[in-house]
Design a protein. Structure first.
Lengths: 110, 108
């Protein structure tokens, strides 16, 4: 089975901190995704990557950046965390379909 | 909007009953997928129905697709408490766009 592992299930950070969320997949998938999920808004795509060192902006990239130095790892970076970035963050990977999701990181920014 | 709209937003049934949830799009449907999300967890892929299929079964799941009406339905038969989750549809043509889902509660 495909396994997508997110480094933390719960994370608490302070406003202004630089925050790193890590995601690793074990199936050699080309594509990797970062979403955030908020009540009433569903999942919204932040960034995706279709190859090493390649990245594309999703619908809400502002305040975020990503890094994909190795095929199996896709990192989401909050450059200067703000309270409106408190959310559930979900990482996914795929070759085409379907997407395989990690268990998410619930991030709180105080 | 490229997101699917799931209906109803919330559904509560007794164990053993059937649960039906619907999904509609404003854009044309390519292939359509359904995912499940247990509380506090990631999404899990359930089933994909291709645009040239009208109905597909997988265990207790039955999915229908009407491309002319741009809609799909997911039926879970003989529901169990473990089916309690949120269910999302995704148009493969717009694979990044998940709706807000249907929250299903199955009461033991």
């Amino acid at each position: 089975d495909v396994k997508v592992t997110q480094s933390s299930r719960y994370l608490v950070k302070r406003t202004g901190e630089k925050v790193f969320l890590e995601c690793v997949q074990d199936m050699d998938h080309e594509n990797m995704f970062w979403y955030r999920q908020d009540p009433g808004l569903g999942l919204r795509l932040i960034y995706f990557s279709y190859d090493v060192k390649m990245k594309e902006k999703g619908d809400i990239p502002e305040g975020y950046s990503v890094s994909r130095e190795k095929k199996e790892r896709f990192s989401l970076i909050l450059e200067s965390a703000s309270t409106n970035q408190t959310s559930m963050y979900l990482c996914a990977s795929s070759d085409w379909q379907p997407q395989h999701f990690g268990d998410g990181t619930r991030l709180s920014i105080l | 909007s490229q997101q699917g709209e799931e209906d109803p937003q919330a559904l509560s049934i007794q164990e053993g009953e059937n649960a039906t949830m619907n999904c509609s799009y404003k854009t044309s449907i390519n292939n359509l997928q359904w995912y499940r999300q247990n509380s506090g967890r990631g999404l899990v892929h359930l089933i994909l129905i291709r645009s040239n299929e009208r109905e597909k079964h997988s265990g207790r799941l039955r999915v229908t697709l009407d491309t002319s009406k741009k809609s799909s339905s997911l039926l879970i038969t003989a529901s169990r408490a473990a089916d309690t989750a949120s269910y999302f549809c995704v148009n493969t043509g717009n694979q990044f766009y998940f709706g807000t889902g249907t929250s299903l509660t199955v009461i033991p």
